[in-house]
Design a protein around this ligand. Structure first.
Ligand SMILES: [Mn+2]
Length: 332
């Protein structure tokens, strides 16, 4: 039996399904969730709920949810276990990158990230694929589920954001999947998503990062200050990577009770995920890939002094940049 047919047969005997997105879901995860929802509804699953953890703070992702009318519920407000079956999309490990407690195991897993060790009733983890959306395009075709304009637009945007726009290691399959959904997609929806406006908070954070940047060779560290917008950090990092001669960037900032880190590198000799792990692994949770990585360091004791944010940022900032440059083996 093909993977798609196997998935369909699991859904045929399912009455209720909770689809769980990873925390701070991106377009690949969200488009995959509504694709699984469409397949489930076509197989007459009565009750389908999509739940997510973290927040959706990137302006494009917020616009994506609103324009494509994606019904999402925070995990906190969802009784995930009350559903007969649970599906994870774009992630696979119970308790990993999800607010959902580790004891809750999925029945269905569709993902493209390596490192899965879960054993689900239906499991399709294809690490050679560039996006989970690519796998879903194959399912939709094979199962002949109607490709609505909404679904096609969501999948096309996801393929672009995940791989194609920045030629971020796409595989041939992402281009093929994009061609499959392209005729049914509404390109003006995509255009509006790309044009979605920055929130004032994000623009402020990027502005602070630009002004505070400290450069050593082709590497740069910047503070985005205190911000309510978690996604402002990766956006500031992406923006600073455009600076001439710069190929590795770390942006830090205070979001809530934690210092958040977001790093990028286009230097092939740098594995930025490992750089953050060696520089900050003992201080908090960090991780990522060779070109993009992130982390979180709890303010803990410092939080008491957090009234004076500038002082606090100055105190942690000099330590963070020293550790980052040290991890990259850069002397003053
Ligand atoms: Mn993905």
């Amino acid at each position: 039996m093909s993977r798609a047919a196997d998935l369909a047969s699991v859904l045929e005997t399912t009455e209720s399904l909770a689809i769980v997105c990873h925390d701070n879901p991106d377009p690949d995860c969200l488009a995959s969730a509504i694709a699984l929802e469409a397949i489930a509804l076509a197989r007459e699953v009565d009750d389908v709920t999509i739940a997510y953890g973290g927040e959706i703070s990137h302006q494009q992702n917020r616009a994506f949810v609103n324009m494509l009318d994606i019904g999402l519920r925070p995990i906190d407000d969802t009784d995930v276990e009350a559903h007969e079956r649970i599906g994870f999309v774009d992630h696979s490990q119970p308790g990993g990158n999800t607010e959902l407690p580790a004891r809750i195991e999925p029945d269905i897993v569709v993902d493209h990230h390596p490192g899965s060790s879960v054993e689900a009733r239906f499991e399709d983890v294809r690490t050679k694929y560039g996006a989970t959306a690519t796998i879903f395009v194959e399912y939709l075709q094979e199962l002949e589920v109607e490709l609505t304009a909404r679904l096609a637009s969501a999948l096309l945007f996801a393929l672009h954001r995940e791989r194609l726009d920045f030629v971020r290691e796409p595989t041939r399959r992402e281009y093929e999947a994009a061609l499959t959904v392209y005729p049914d997609a509404e390109l003006d929806v995509l255009e509006q998503l790309y044009g979605s406006a920055f929130s004032p908070g994000t623009l402020d954070a990027i502005g602070k990062a630009i002004a505070s940047r400290e450069r050593r060779g082709s590497s740069l560290v910047a503070s985005a200050g205190k911000t309510a917008e978690t996604d402002a950090l990766p956006q500031a990092a992406d923006y600073l990577l455009n600076l001439e001669g710069v190929d590795t960037v770390l942006v830090y900032g205070i979001v809530g009770e934690a210092i958040r880190l977001s790093a990028r590198s286009i230097d092939p000799r740098v594995h930025i995920g490992e750089t953050l792990a060696s520089g900050f692994g003992e201080l908090g949770t960090v991780g990522g890939h060779h070109d993009m990585a992130g982390g979180r360091i709890e303010l803990g004791l410092f939080a008491d002094d957090a009234d004076d944010v500038d002082e606090l940022l100055e105190f942690v900032g000099s330590r963070l940049s020293r550790r980052f440059f040290d991890a990259l083996n850069l002397d003053e």
